[in-house]
Design a protein around this ligand. Sequence first.
Ligand SMILES: Cc1ncc(COP(=O)(O)O)c(C=O)c1O
Length: 421
Amino acid sequence: MKHIYLDHAATTPVSKDVFDAMQPYFREKYGNPSSIYKLGQEAKSAVEHAREEVADMLGAKPREIIFTSGATESNNLALKGVAFYWSQNLKKKPHIIISSIEHHSVLDTAEYLEKNFGFEVTKLPVSKEGIVDPTDLESVIKDNTVIVSVMYGNNEVGSIQPIKELGEVIKRVNAKRVRPLQNNGKSHDFEHENSLQGSDPCSQPIVFHTDAVQAFQYLDCDVKGLGVDMLSLTGHKFYGPKGVGLLYVKSGTKFLSQQQGGAQERGLRAGTENVPYIVGMAKAMSDTRKQLTISKQQIADLRDYLVKRIAAEIPDVVLTGPEIGKKRLPHIASFIFKKIEGESILINLDLLGIAASSGSACTSGSLASSHVLTAMGYDDLLAHGSIRFSLGKMNSKEEIDEMMKHLPQIVEKLRGMSPIK
Ligand SMILES: Cc1ncc(COP(=O)(O)O)c(C=O)c1O
């Protein structure tokens, strides 16, 4: 049975070139970058070279890049780092703003801070298409708001958020914040200092963070152009390895490191660097950037073909997210198949060797519907019928044709068995 992989938003295979670039750092150049002898320094220079490369691709400085174990850690570090810093330096508890369609690594982190530390959290609503309105952001900012986190491209429905416009709102608010911080002319670059204990709310600039995990492959991620202070990436969404990621942190942004025990990453993220994976992620990023325009068009064409065929051949289907061609990532197409559960479609496809994904998550034996679809206004019943196809550079029209030989029949069979009429 030939395997058809249509779940590239979940992960991608490591490309041959990336694998080759990583190989020497497992068994030959295996030194610890903190060791002073040659083997260690060789590893250190590989990490620093990777840092320069990725910084360049993001329009950042090398010292603004922190390597992590993936975007989950990067997102945790961004939200907790900023919120805990300001919880020590403000009279009020910090206020965090996120969108209601964030990945769980942002959503659950914000909820954890709210539940366990009493921080305030506001979730921005989204339109039916899954897009945040910048005017909504403006109306929920408070004097104790310390961080706004809105993802660049949504992983379930592919909606692209107006990051630049949101950044403009934050810039305007920051410009008006009443008292500039006293820092004696020194840079508070990535500081661990508590000298501002008890500052008035309003004196701290709002930090703007974006999770650009699904966007990096297809959209411009120049941090200055986007106007962000923090940006998260993970290696395995663009043909790099799993378990490695990065957090861009603009110089001067105040936050507390969340991991102690070593001086790595300038004391901001303790732990021996994962040298082969860091090298692999940098290689994957640079290959992605070189192929950007070709793969974007090729994948968008394939997605359009899939969307057209599903719309024409299966009744009672809704394409979720923005209209095709508008504010939508090229690789993601999600659908609601009315009257059936997405999971049952997935199981049937899996039996045929076809991999896709559903927005529902199986928690303690029951299906929780996708928070993204419910935030977009779909009721629980509809949200349960969602399936996400996410395409990659190895997919072909023939694979879509093969899948479409089965999907209409699967849907018809399941609807025949469904108690919902
Ligand atoms: C938008 C988004 N953010 C964060 C993550 C977390 O990435 P990782 O599991 O590699 O830490 C993912 C992965 O699915 C994602 O799609």
